[in-house]
Design a protein around this ligand. Sequence first.
Ligand SMILES: Cc1cc2nc3c(=O)[nH]c(=O)nc-3n(C[C@H](O)[C@H](O)[C@H](O)COP(=O)(O)O)c2cc1C
Length: 376
Amino acid sequence: MEAKAIPLLTPYTIGRFHLSHRVVHAPLTRSRCYNNLPGEHVALYYSQRASEGGLLISESTGVSETAQGYPSTPGIWTKDQVEAWKPVVEGVHQKGGVFFCQIWHVGRASTYDYQPNGQAPISCTDKQITPEVLDDGTVEEFSAPRRLREDEIHQIVNDFRLAARNCIEAGFDRVEIHCAFGYLIEQFMKDSVNDRTDKYGGSMENRCRFALEVIQAAIDEAGADRVGVRLSPNSNYLDCWDSDPDALGLYMIHAMNKLGVLYCSMVEPEAVKVDGKVQIPYKLLHFRKAFSGTFIVGGGYNREEGNRAVSEGYIDLVAYGKWFLANPDLPKRFGLNALLNKYDRSTFYSPDPVAGTAYTPQVLLLNFGKTLVVPF
Ligand SMILES: Cc1cc2nc3c(=O)[nH]c(=O)nc-3n(C[C@H](O)[C@H](O)[C@H](O)COP(=O)(O)O)c2cc1C
């Protein structure tokens, strides 16, 4: 089969980067960065998934001591962390990949245990996230947060600025700002959480002020053509939703257009099944039309739906999460229409450095009647 005939495997230019295909590695937290440092196994993980002209987004990476809320997630606020990232980034570059670092702050999605001196997590509010019973029966409970004073907010913006600067030092092709899934920036953006009465609360403009200050700070450091933003206006994770997600998403997109943001990465609110097959109902089309940069979408895509969405112009690039996690050579497999390794949810966040990474040095592609060994 001619690789060129496959829409996902057609080249695409994003700013200064010339991609040879459109299969993007979505940000994937693995909880394996002990002491907030990415180690050798993390370098191996990313280099296995890197390909010539392929775009990878890193797992969420904390911008400061107060940014953490989950076990063994990486940071990029200390010199040691920057040094630890360098070989990871180098490994991706050696394979010809383009590597963006997703920077985040969890805000109130944290507990006293993760915070310096056991203090309260910070947020735009002092409302606690409602404890939730997870699929495995355990209860996820976060500590009551402390509402940031208005005069403290610029310090958090500055943490993002310094993190963006550290991404440059670590060699990343630059940054994605995590403005999604109920973490700090989204806590400010969405009206189910933000109950402030100062200039960071109330109107849409006020609620988006913090997000846009952070994006501007990253742009000041890295340049607009090296800053991407992830948004999920339709999500309701961590008790965080908005009464008007369309207006919120469009407000952010118009502001991002003015700032010249390189890409907008969004999460598909819905994937339905029609005749037993996954189908993406293109619910983000109005956002796609409004955004003037590169539009990346992920969430529930398989090979077929990725090809359809790219060929119909719904999106420019597809961010694959679970399939990329389990299939390090995913673009190659898509090219060959080969079988995919199944993913195993139970190992997604396992601290084991090997479990659930398809860690074999080579992958067997079995649907050609003969065994094809693909090195990566
Ligand atoms: C194990 C795991 C970790 C994830 N970690 C992050 C993360 O660090 N940052 C983020 O923005 N999204 C994260 N996500 C969401 C993914 O980037 C992606 O949007 C989601 O998996 C849906 O895409 P998929 O259906 O292709 O997996 C994570 C998802 C999974 C399964």
